[in-house]
Ligand binder design. Sequence first.
Ligand code: FAD
Ligand code: FES
Length: 292
Amino acid sequence: MVEVFEDAAVSEAAYVEEVMPSIYLPTVAKIIKVRTETEMEKVFTVRLPGGRPLGHAPGQFVMVSLPGIGEAPISVMSSPSRTHETFELCIRRVGNLTNSLHKLLPGDDIGIRGPFARGFPMDVFKKKDVIVAAGGLGLAPARSFIDEILDNRDDYGRLIVLYGARNPSEILFRDELRKWRMRDDIDLLVTVDRPDESWVGHIGVITRLFPRVEINPAKAMAVTIGPPIMYRFVTVELLGKGLSPDQIWMSFERRMKCGVGKCGHCQVNYRYSCQEGPSWTYAEALAFEEAL
Ligand SMILES: Cc1cc2nc3c(=O)[nH]c(=O)nc-3n(C[C@H](O)[C@H](O)[C@H](O)COP(=O)(O)OP(=O)(O)OC[C@H]3O[C@@H](n4cnc5c(N)ncnc54)[C@H](O)[C@@H]3O)c2cc1C
Ligand code: FES
């Protein structure tokens, strides 16, 4: 081993960091930009040392840590097609770690492990009409998936995006939604559960949008990402449109600690969501009854 270091003229520390990083060892990454998205969410632009690529698939997550405070899984919200020297994370402030992350500024360091788990296998969606149903913060991983399709637009059929937020002030990525709305190669419908006086769009839970969408089930694939309760009702709508369980992909956010299949926190029956998930087909989910 020592000879390898001497041959390669790198120190052991550099070898471990650059050539054989431990899956348990966070890489110290730099926050480049912080944008306030809503009262609860901020978007962080993060750069790994040397601007090295993250190498993720849409739907994968990284473990984000602050020494002495904690570590949590966070989905990568930038698409592989737009993730070069930096990547983006949308973080909702809910507890110790995320409150501390919200206090960070450009130039501060954070720990990153990953990317981990199985993302959405993009090949499965190629040449298909793709329906994305995203609820709340689920629009963050969905954005990675959507931008990947938009940047390789000819590889896919129609793109239908349904997004539901609890109220207008919780709507994420407004600029992005505005740009999507102006394109003629994406059908976007947004709804809010509780409108305010300024809201002129659709009202009600995300399932209310399905009657407004024509889908050819023979060439459709769907992705749904959001709070667990949403899956139960969205899958009913998709099945009602004629899709089969293996045409419906979903992302399960189970409690995770290690992210690499060792601690058992994310176990769903006999499977670990951090390894085989968080993206599953509905057909796979039906095989383990605890999942939904
Ligand atoms: C695959 C995956 C992807 C994710 N992607 C994102 C993302 O893109 N953005 C994002 O903001 N979040 C994301 N999350 C959620 C994020 O990991 C959690 O919100 C994280 O735990 C927050 O850490 P915290 O220390 O700030 O809060 P915590 O202290 O962990 O608290 C978070 C919330 O959970 C409750 N809680 C804490 N412990 C438990 C427990 N044992 N049982 C039940 N409830 C508990 C708390 O009361 C609080 O409401 C993702 C989670 C997974 C699994
Ligand atoms: S998070 Fe530890 S086994 Fe999945």
